[in-house]
Design a protein around this ligand. Sequence first.
Ligand SMILES: C[S@@+](CC[C@H](N)C(=O)[O-])C[C@H]1O[C@@H](n2cnc3c(N)ncnc32)[C@H](O)[C@@H]1O
Length: 292
Amino acid sequence: MTAATNDPGSATRTTTEWAKLAVSHPVASPTSPTRDPATGRVTLVGAGPGDAGLLTIRGLRALEAADVIVADRLGARGVLDGLAAEGVELRAEVVDVGKLPGHHAVPQDAINALLVTLARDGKRVVRLKGGDPFIFGRGGEEVAFCRDAGVDVDVVPGITSAISVPAIAGIPLTHRGLATTFTVVTGHDQIQSLGGGRDHTVVLLMGIGTLANSAITLARGERGGDCPVAIIEDGYGPRQRVTVGTLSTIALQAARRGIRSPAVVVVGDVVTLSPYAPAALDASGTAAAGAR
Ligand SMILES: C[S@@+](CC[C@H](N)C(=O)[O-])C[C@H]1O[C@@H](n2cnc3c(N)ncnc32)[C@H](O)[C@@H]1O
């Protein structure tokens, strides 16, 4: 992926070169004479879970107005491809800073510096991020970095995968009589404990690597081993797949089925509402593991 700037060599610059360029440009003070406050600015846009239909209208308007789009891979790439497939032509150059197979993602420091460099160059920059920028997305850090550098920045919220991915499997996070609260937690770090029963829905993002440990931890409390669990892989994507089981069975099911990221894990009685849930898996506690 390449991106354009004022300089002639920019059209063929790779993401890595862009990242190096950004790092090699020390961030000047807010009064830097290179800053063009008239046009240069950064807008963080939440892309949603990857389906162009779930981008907000405000997000689309920002993309249409952008000179440069600095895009993540997860969610953001799917939206850009989906818009192109629908005939929406964006004039902006796209800088892909997401992780590609065999390549390292551009480090966060380099992304921050790139945003500031481009905005100071007078560009209208959209930072397109999967889901919502403020849910496990480091959006707050990017906003703070831009503000500290004196760059105008605003945020267009997106539809987080924490809610939209369960929805595609027919799972509401709250439901009268079944669940009155929910918690969204990262599985990136091992969860130590999480109180509540089956009426307290737990949503795990980045939870596949630590699934076995999370299931054991959650089963230890009020929820118990029979508590229903659903895993939705690649929601809205070509590999979308739903697996339903219980806290006792889910780790083995995941291993057998080769479940991979990105995936959202939902724990609680609301899972029984999914059309993917086997009839034997009910909210009364009788559970039979199943997967489709
Ligand atoms: C770094 S977090 C970013 C979350 C994002 N900011 C949001 O609001 O959805 C990435 C995690 O989100 C989840 N995720 C994002 N998009 C997904 C999708 N389309 N299908 C399944 N899981 C997804 C996965 O758990 C993935 O590991």
